[in-house]
Design a protein around this ligand. Structure first.
Ligand code: ATP
Length: 239
């Protein structure tokens, strides 16, 4: 093997850190991007995959902009950072984004695609959404499939987040600590995964507020990235 080949092989097997960040992204906004940037600074990701949800099972009754629009906005916002990757993981075979997808299956898909190479998967989620996790499909399995990074939201205490995790999933008290030098707060050490908390990263931007403003013809400048703002105007979304 030549030195160049050896380098290439070594580079190929360097375990990567892959974050996945799912949401309605209706639209993706600066609150989401700020959380992703902060997590990237603390955890040194190689890639952060933004996954527009097909029709989130827990939001079945809520009207969502069609998947192609939500994906297009995620793709436009992803141009802002070299590690941001727009993901079609929940687009479905026909790319319509109308088939139901559950997070546990999406994480299994990423584990299959990346984890086999020794890569580490992190699931990014807002604290409000994490509190709902017991309602998700196979949530106990999900919690053990990858590490979690929770973006704290105002008014939610770390203790409340910990209560969501079934005690029998917790690592025994004498378990070896994660050697990860990450300064982020470790909320809980599970048998097979860790749950971290990112503090002071959430803003009060919400997609609901942006849709409401666009509907009333009010400015959304500064709440979404410039390209997403332009897209919303050109497509007449949320009017
Ligand atoms: P909506 O207002 O339509 O409910 P949203 O702005 O909360 O939408 P989602 O796309 O549903 O956005 O959120 C995706 C993920 O991002 C969720 O885990 C949510 O908790 C998190 N999130 C959303 N807004 C913020 C924010 N401003 N700061 C931190 N996390 C956020």
């Amino acid at each position: 093997m030549t030195t160049a080949q050896a380098h290439r092989t070594a580079a190929k097997h360097h375990p990567r850190r892959i974050a996945i960040f799912g949401g309605s992204f209706d639209p993706i906004h600066n609150g989401h991007l700020a959380v992703a940037r902060a997590a990237d600074r603390r955890f040194n990701f190689d890639e952060i995959h933004f996954i527009p949800a097909s029709r989130p099972p827990h939001k079945l009754k809520q009207h969502l902009a069609p998947f192609p629009h939500r994906y297009a906005m995620v793709a436009l916002a992803s141009t802002e950072h070299p590690h941001f990757v727009p993901s079609l993981a929940e687009a479905g075979e026909d790319f319509s984004g109308t088939q139901l997808h559950y997070s546990v299956d999406t994480v299994r898909y990423f584990r299959h695609a990346y984890h086999g190479h020794g890569d580490r998967i992190f699931f990014m989620i807002g604290a409000d959404a994490f509190l709902d996790i017991p309602m998700w499909k196979e949530y106990e399995s999900l919690l053990g499939l990858c590490d979690f990074i929770i973006a704290n939201r105002p008014g939610i205490r770390a203790e409340a987040l910990k209560l969501v995790i079934p005690p029998d999933l917790m690592a025994p008290a004498n378990a070896k600590r994660d050697p990860d030098p990450s300064p982020s707060q470790l909320v809980a050490q599970l048998r097979r995964s860790n749950v971290y908390l990112l503090e002071n990263v959430s803003s009060d931007v919400s997609a609901t507020d942006i849709r409401r403003r666009a509907h009333k013809g009010q400015a959304i400048h500064g709440l979404v990235s410039a390209r997403v703002e332009e897209y919303i105007h050109k497509q007449g979304l949320y009017r």
